[in-house]
Design a protein around this ligand. Structure first.
Ligand code: ADP
Ligand code: MG
Length: 863
């Protein structure tokens, strides 16, 4: 079925990622990439053109450098509360940092995959986060561009942790703001350059100065010519060292806390905005402005001072969770709307930019006006979206991910901001001219004196040299002979040394050749693997194409069957009615669009053809038609909203019938998958059991060869195992035996489902024993599951191991199981889990269970 396998791409994410130009990667090594590389291969300096006038930033025709908004996703580790509350559940996301991919889980079988520019796991250090998210932006600010760094995500997922940590108690914890200022101060020269900072809060469409909280209604001013945004009303503090900057951040943070207490809100409702203005003077030859005049010798000697202005904006956005309850936190509905206005306006602008709309509603809120040159504007922008692992917040996490995906499609146009500083140039030239005149006068006088002195000295020298020459001629004859013999000895020694060196070089050469040979063989291996990967991708594409064609064939056949039936009903009288004909072509058209098209066409089929009709095709004479029909039903059953309708219309009964009557493996696999999806609901679980589902699933399990069929059957039984009321019946009808029988197939996906079923069953039993309704030993042990459990307790596949570890802990909680567990070797697995398990919650559970069982304690003491 279409939802199986978990690797489906949605929303065209992989298509958009293909556009990514790899050299633009955020991950490029900051040391080697120095400034130009993260931007583009041509670099900012060379690509800036234009005359002096055009490059002041005022000119509209200034050629910029395009750059996409870079988006990284960061996962917060489980916190203490989640470790306890979600102990039995997997995280709602799975990260594949090496593929830059994130999988968002839908259920036990299925997940959606998304690509980002960077995927930061819960172990990512603050230093790495700074280097991939912020460093390229900071470097381009130092080069004279505007740059923006934003954090977006639900409250509590780590926006402030990522951007605003001061890290005074632990330097490794320093956030992006502190590290950015360190890099800026290290790069500028405080004699010629200035760095100044404003720190603001935006709440309910009002901008407040965090450095002077009394100043709480600051207007935004836009230069109509350049489009530059500024806040002349805000305090601008010049920064000369790191310590005073940290002090300033701390002050702002304290004011933010006080202001929010006064406004009766939490800081998660407001946006915090740090603006850093860097103004540097650039030596003539480095500037993009002067390169135009590089051939003019006059301009060269003048070396005009050029001022480069870059602005870095760091935005800690308000929490992205919805607040729709009016009156919460003591606000009226109107206030609640205003609280969210800026954030929702930001979302709308990003949607418009991602879709290349003509109109981008930047004027709708203060935040979007402030950031108008950050998104789709003239700045380099990095966005980090923060998410938590808890499955309880899956909805918020999904919407954060979609926000990041849309932002990845936004293109920016970078502009260099530099201009000539004419005033200081003229001042400098005046001073220089005066100095030169004075110097010239001094040198002229000194020159004349010197000439006189040299003339007399030369005459004295000449007569002395004449005298000395005659004496020396005599003595030099003797010493020359001695010197020659000494030089000969030296020459001999040198030639010996040279020979030794040549041998050394030869041996190094042969080593080098050997090394090159081994490198070449490694390269060819890589090329081979790469080619295999490409072949796999092509194969996958082809299969997807075939699936689409098969679906359209199914539709066609179902309509043809319909038509035939109608014709027969009407006595074979005529043509296909017009409305059916047009519906068919409409659905077929949608089918050709990739991605959502398939789902939409199935939904349409569902709506217009009718569930009854689809279900009736399950009993069709035609085997192909039956396969198509069961696939359509399975697809529908994957959506929770359809499940009740399917069961009501008798779909569950039909699916179970198919297991019984069909011999076809594909039908078994797809039907079992559909039953597994339906079995996630408690009412359906009872229905499945009531209709002999366990017996049918057991027979299917016994006959199946295909691991995917076994995975679906095991998944269905595993779901049934989690129902407290059905334990006895499930076991009585051979459910546990069937589960254990499937381990003959060693496929890890099948084993993971078997392990999940066992863990679910053991959990229900341990609940029953705690409530006192169960006193005998576990039915799992009765049915002989223990040896397999012990064997696989340390399985290298983590989903299998995790479930078995939990199962062991649950079994151990019931004292009646202790004897079998000790004799079966399970005790030692528990001891190992309590020491080595990487999940702290499971480790603690195992340890607690061990210490509270008298039988285990006695055995441990005995040995
Ligand atoms: P937000 O600003 O998004 O509301 P915070 O930055 O205040 O979230 O983080 C919420 C809590 O989670 C804080 O206690 C913070 O220390 C912790 N936290 C967030 N991210 C991480 C991380 N990557 N590693 C460890 N703790 C984190
Ligand atoms: Mg915060």
């Amino acid at each position: 079925m279409a939802t199986s396998g978990g690797g489906s791409y949605r929303n065209g994410t992989h298509r958009s990622s293909l556009k990514v130009d790899r050299p633009l990667s955020m991950n490029s090594n900051p040391k080697t990439s120095v400034k130009s590389k993260p931007l583009s291969s041509s670099g900012p300096r060379r690509s800036s053109t234009g005359s002096i006038g055009a490059a002041t930033g005022a000119a509209k025709d200034d050629a910029g450098v395009p750059g996409r908004v870079r988006v990284a996703v960061r996962l917060r580790p489980r916190n203490a509360e989640e470790s306890v509350a979600d102990a039995d559940f997997a995280d709602c996301v799975e990260l594949q940092p090496e593929l830059k991919r994130l999988k968002l889980r839908k259920n036990n079988w299925d997940s959606d995959t998304y690509e980002f520019d960077e995927v930061l796991t819960e172990f990512a250090s603050q230093k790495r986060v700074y280097e991939v998210v912020a460093k390229p932006v900071v470097e381009s600010v130092l080069d004279g561009y505007n740059g923006t760094i934003m954090a977006y995500g639900q409250t509590g997922t780590g926006k402030t942790y990522t951007l605003g940590r001061l890290g005074e108690e632990d330097t490794a914890a320093r956030g992006i703001m502190v590290r950015a200022m360190e890099d800026i101060l290290a790069d500028v020269s405080l004699e010629t350059d200035t760095v100044s900072v404003s720190y603001l809060q935006l709440y309910m469409e009002t901008i407040q100065d965090l450095l002077d909280p009394a100043n709480d209604n600051i207007p935004i001013v836009e230069d109509p010519k350049t489009g530059d945004v500024s806040l002349p009303g805000a305090n601008l503090v010049e920064i000369r060292d790191q310590k005073s900057f940290v002090e300033l951040l701390r002050l702002g943070e304290a004011h933010r806390f006080a202001a929010n207490t006064k406004l009766n809100t939490e800081s998660s409702r407001s946006h915090a905005i740090l603006m850093v203005h860097v103004k540097r003077s650039v030596k003539g030859k480095h500037s993009a402005l002067s390169s135009e005049n590089g051939n003019n010798p006059h301009m060269k000697t003048l070396k005009p001072a050029i001022v480069r202005k870059g602005k870095l904006v760091v935005v800690d956005l308000a929490g992205s969770e919805r607040i729709d309850k009016s009156g919460s936190e003591g606000h009226t509905l109107e206030e609640a709307k205003s609280i969210n206005l800026s954030l929702s306006a930001l979302g709308k602008c990003i949607n418009a930019l991602a879709e290349n709309s003509v109109h981008v509603p930047v004027r709708d809120s203060k935040l979007t006006r402030l950031l108008r040159d950050s998104f789709g504007g003239t700045a380099r922008t990095s966005l980090v979206i923060t998410i938590g692992p808890s499955p309880r917040h899956r909805g918020e996490t999904a919407s954060t991910i979609m926000f990041g995906q849309r932002a990845m499609k936004v293109e920016n146009m970078l502009k260099l901001k530099e201009e000539f500083d004419y005033k200081s140039l003229s001042r400098r030239l005046d001073i220089q001219l005066d100095k030169l005149i004075a110097e010239h006068e001094r040198q002229q006088k000194a020159f004349e004196n010197e000439i006189e002195r040299i003339t007399t000295e030369a005459q004295n020298r000449i007569s002395e040299v004449e005298r000395n020459y005659e004496d020396a001629l005599e003595s030099s004859k003797i010493s020359a002979i001695e010197e020659v013999s000494e030089l000969k000895k030296l020459l001999q020694k040198e030639s010996l040394l040279r020979k030794a060196a040549e041998e050394e070089v030869n041996s190094l050469k042969s080593q080098l050749a050997q090394w090159k040979r081994s490198e070449a063989s490694g390269n060819s291996e890589i090329i081979k693997l790469r080619k295999m990967l490409e072949d796999e991708a092509r194969q996958k594409e082809k299969l997807e194409g075939e699936i689409a064609i098969l679906h359209s064939q199914l539709l066609q056949i179902s309509f043809e069957a319909d038509e035939t039936r109608r014709r027969l009903d009407r006595g074979g009288s005529g043509k296909v009615p017009g409305d059916l004909d047009s519906l068919f072509s409409q659905v077929k058209l949608q089918q050709q669009e990739p991605g959502n098209g398939e789902k939409a066409s199935i939904a349409k089929l569902f709506e217009q053809v009718g569930l009854q009709k689809i279900l009736s095709l399950l009993e069709s004479e035609d085997a192909d038609l039956r396969i198509h029909a069961v696939k359509v039903v399975a697809n529908l059953a994957a959506e929770e909203t359809n499940q009740e309708k399917i069961v009501e219309a008798g779909g569950l009964t039909s699916l179970l019938m198919l297991l019984r009557s069909s011999e076809n493996e594909t039908i078994h696999r797809v039907a079992a998958g559909a039953i597994a999806n339906l079995a996630m609901n408690e009412t359906n679980q009872e229905l499945i059991m009531g209709q002999g589902g366990i017996g049918l699933l057991s027979i299917t399990a016994a006959n199946a060869e295909d691991p995917q069929t076994l995975r679906m059957v095991a998944g269905a039984i595993a779901n049934l195992c989690g129902n407290d009321k059905l334990q006895m019946k499930l076991r009585g009808e051979g459910g546990i035996k069937a589960l254990l029988g499937m381990v003959r197939c060693r496929h890890p996906d099948v084993l993971a489902q078997v392990a999940r079923g066992i863990a679910n069953f053991a959990k229900c039993e341990s609940r029953a024993s705690m409530q006192g309704t169960k006193t005998e030993r576990s039915l799992l042990i009765e049915d002989g599951a223990l040896p397999w459990i012990v064997q696989n307790a340390n399985n290298e596949a983590s989903p299998i191991r995790r479930h078995i570890e939990l199962a062991l802990c649950h079994l151990a909680q019931h004292e009646a199981n202790a004897k079998d567990m000790i004799s079966g070797g399970a005790l030692w697995e528990l001891v190992r889990i309590s020491r080595d398990c990487s999940r702290e919650d499971i480790r603690t559970l195992a340890h607690r269970t061990l210490t509270s069982s008298p039988a285990f304690q006695a055995e441990i003491r005995r040995l």
